[in-house]
Design a protein around this ligand. Structure first.
Ligand SMILES: [Zn+2]
Length: 407
């Protein structure tokens, strides 16, 4: 088995302009004068990070060299401060063009931003919006106030008196507004709050729970879950009618006490099989790792897709290549590229450096997986290049209808 990728294939893959369909990028901004003088230019991660995400990962040096012209090979204090000054200078110079400049450095044409809203320099066609939708699963109870925060939310405050009216407010007020604001997908991070097995709950049962909730009566945990389950399927169905894809966080979470076992994408099987959800396309974000095999096998469902975002910085090129090999010999048209780049209080290991690193890892892992598949006689060289193009951009262009891409 090859330990390294065919250099010509890798070179061809480096040229493909990618669609990063899952990231949490920050908008452009003017840096504060004091920022480059902070005592800890590397900053602190929110919890004990796995190896590749730690700020001490030497791969970040390569990102600084590529992005900011860093001239050193080490992470010595004075040197690191130079990198930070160079970065802040570029941010200032580029202004609102900074987010696009970052994409250019990583060879990304289009990025989907999963944030409360898009900001300065995050405009179409290069930046698209993915709206978090978990709040829709938790309707207001009694007079606790309306659907929770989100500054774009000017929906009704207070609880609608019936489930039916709540459902209307969800579709008319929320989903349609997000669609009008050019969202391409909605995202559920519900694995952070509960397991992913979503039962099919009859409407009458959901109505009765909704009413009791409104009256302020104590609900059992099972009733709470049942109402969320009902609402999830409702929202997913309506999203499908509106042409919004549904992204679901699967696999390990960004919290050491996250319930990994409840994030197994196999738990979503009854949702994928639901006859009333056939118009909705689902994406298993992060490819379910450590359940990447389960996520892969779910690609047999016509409306299920998977990306390998986050695996791009949690795992090595070599292990990611093994995942890709398994997925690409099964349903390659359902595999999507995403970085999951996100911000931290680590100024030199922030969303920009994560985008660069994750994109490089993805291209290398794809090249390695495809080199092995060519050697094994599974694919021809031209087919290997086509597969790389599908994963890095064409599958996303087809799924989200991103017409007019430069290519
Ligand atoms: Zn994410």
């Amino acid at each position: 088995m090859s330990l390294s990728a065919d250099p010509e294939l890798l070179a061809a893959i480096q040229e493909i302009k990618a669609v990063d369909h899952h990231a949490h990028a920050l908008p452009g901004r003017m840096p504060e004068p004091a920022e480059s003088e902070r005592p800890d230019p590397l900053g602190k991660a929110p919890f004990a990070y796995p190896v590749r995400l730690r700020v001490t990962n030497p791969e970040y040096v390569e990102a600084w060299r590529a992005l900011y012209g860093y001239r050193h090979e080490d992470m010595a204090g004075d040197h690191v401060r130079e990198a930070l000054r160079a970065k802040l200078r570029i941010m200032e110079e580029k202004g609102s063009g900074y987010p696009s400049w970052v994409l250019d450095q990583a060879g990304i044409e289009i990025m989907f931003v999963n944030m409360p809203s898009l900001g300065l320099g995050q405009t179409g066609p290069r930046f698209r919006w993915v709206r978090q939708a978990d709040e829709l699963l938790f309707p207001p109870a009694g007079d606790q106030g309306g659907i929770q925060a989100g500054e774009d939310n000017i929906g009704p405050r207070g609880a609608p008196p019936t489930l039916d009216e709540y459902l209307t407010s969800v579709t008319k007020v929320q989903l349609e507004r997000w669609k009008a604001a050019e969202a391409v997908a909605i995202k559920f991070g519900m694995a952070y709050r509960r397991p992913l097995d979503v039962a099919d709950i009859p409407t009458a049962q959901a109505e009765s729970i909704y009413e009791r909730r409104l009256q302020g009566r104590a609900l059992s945990a099972a009733d709470d879950r049942a109402l969320q389950d009902f609402l999830f399927r409702f929202v997913a169905r309506e999203a499908g009618h509106l042409g919004l894809a549904v992204h679901i966080h699967t696999g390990v979470g960004a919290d050491p006490y996250f319930s990994v076992s409840g994030s197994n994408p196999m738990l979503l099987e009854s949702v994928f099989n639901d006859e009333t959800l056939r118009e909705t396309n689902f994406v298993m974000l992060h490819g379910g790792w450590p359940f990447e095999r389960e996520a892969g096998v779910m690609l047999i469902k016509p409306n299920a897709y998977a990306d390998f975002s986050a695996q791009t910085f949690l795992r090595s090129t070599r292990t990611l290549a093994r995942v890709l090999e398994e997925w690409l010999e099964w349903y390659p048209e359902k595999v999507l590229f995403g970085t999951d780049a996100y911000p931290d209080d680590t100024p030199l290991a922030n969303w920009e450096e994560k985008v660069w690193l994750a994109t490089r890892t993805s291209r290398q892992a794809l090249a390695l997986a495809l080199t092995r598949m060519i050697e094994a006689g599974q694919v021809t060289r031209p087919r290997a290049e086509a597969l790389a193009r599908m994963v890095l951009r064409d599958n996303a262009v087809a799924l989200y209808g991103l017409g007019g891409c430069r290519g």
